[in-house]
Design a protein around this ligand. Structure first.
Ligand SMILES: CN1C=C[C@@](O)(C#Cc2ccnc(-n3nc(C(N)=O)c4cc(F)ccc43)c2)C1=O
Length: 347
């Protein structure tokens, strides 16, 4: 009897929220997640979806007007920060407060409820904070803190590759974010340098883009290549993902070590193979440990080897690997080299 009462309460709550943008608390975002997931399904099946402007703003400097929050009317795009499979990310400014933040916009039919559910559940200093989620017609816009140092992927492009100490330093911070996620049986699903954002002084790294995240069942094992799951970046995919066998949170540990190879070598692992060959290589060949630079300390080599175990049961967990990273970072003398801003690679 109580459940049905709760359900009808929730139904009333959702109806009250629909068609409006409000600054409620985070739990209302979950209500919209259900509504948008259904609308996204309807669109995919070819049914029309009413064009609404609705959602939740979580930051007091993002101000809706008469329960509306629309591009150009209430906020404006300043510049494009990045684009990819996920949609586009812009730097935006609230027209009434001048507050600037970042906003990822994606078509409603590409909306995955897990992206928002993960972001409302996770509280970690190593994860980009969500500032709001608004539907405008057939688009969803997710507002988040602006992280001014840009992405680690951009930094690697600028410098070619990064020294071992800095690679370990950033790997350690990514593993901190993964520890938080994995403790809640959530996997990120697309750990790579493009999804790691840096503070301007390069001292802090933040994990972003939960468009590929998945909440695993209680056993912690799921087959990812099913349903609406969108796999992450091919070169960073764990063998179990490629093979479509049972996956657990350790797929992120594998990807984080592929990211480590990318930072150290300046290119993704499995570089010389074309897209289709990569799946066969990942599934059948030994892990790409031969791509670990010979100049790396034995401790760094041990980090990458422990995270690139093909059998996920033998692979280190995020917390075990972070311990190894801290040891390796100490062994190489800590974070010493400064990336001098002036010495950018020639244009
Ligand atoms: C909290 N939250 C909300 C949505 C989310 O799933 C995402 C994302 C995403 C994807 C790609 N790129 C960026 N991206 N964000 C920024 C920024 N916040 O400053 C950014 C800055 C760049 F220079 C390049 C890409 C950038 C952010 C998520 O995690």
């Amino acid at each position: 009897k109580n459940d049905s009462k709760d359900l009808s309460m929730e139904k009333m709550e959702i109806e009250a929220l629909q068609g409006n943008v409000t600054t409620e608390d985070k739990r209302h975002i979950n209500s919209f997640t259900k509504v948008w997931k259904k609308a996204s399904q309807q669109l995919k099946e070819g049914f029309p979806v009413p064009k609404e402007n609705e959602g939740i703003l979580l930051h007091e400097k993002l101000k809706h007007k008469d329960y509306e929050y629309k591009e150009n009317i209430n906020y404006s795009r300043i510049s494009c920060l990045g684009h990819g499979t996920f949609g586009e990310v812009y730097e935006v400014k609230d027209n009434s407060t001048g507050f600037q933040c970042a906003a990822k916009t994606l078509p409603l039919e590409n909306f995955r409820a897990e992206e928002l559910l993960t972001l409302t559940q996770v509280k970690s200093p190593r994860i980009v904070p969500l500032l709001g989620a608004v539907r405008e017609g057939l688009n969803i816009t997710l507002f988040m803190e602006m992280i001014k140092g840009g992405s680690l992927g951009q930094l690697i492009k600028e410098w070619g590759s990064l020294p071992e100490d800095r690679a370990l330093y950033y790997h350690g911070q990514v593993l901190e974010a993964l520890e938080h996620l994995h403790a809640m049986n959530v996997l990120h699903g697309d750990v790579k340098a493009d999804n790691v954002l840096l503070s301007t002084d390069g001292k802090q790294a933040f994990l972003c883009d939960f468009g590929h995240s998945a909440q695993l069942s209680a056993t912690g094992i799921d087959v990812l290549a099913t349903g609406d799951y969108m796999p992450g970046t091919r070169t960073h995919m764990a063998p179990e993902v490629v093979k479509g066998t049972a996956c657990d949170v350790k797929v992120d540990v594998w990807s984080s070590c592929c990211m480590m190879l990318h930072i150290l070598n300046g290119c993704h692992p499995w570089r010389e193979h074309n897209a289709n060959q990569i799946f066969i290589k990942i599934a059948n060949e030994p892990p790409p440990v031969d791509e670990i630079p010979a100049s790396c300390s034995p401790y760094t080599t041990d980090v990458i080897r422990s995270g690139l175990e093909k059998e996920s049961v033998r692979r280190a967990s995020a917390s075990e690997l972070r311990m190894k990273v801290i040891k390796a970072l100490k062994e190489v003398g800590g974070l010493t080299n400064q990336l001098k801003k002036t010495q950018k690679s020639s244009p």
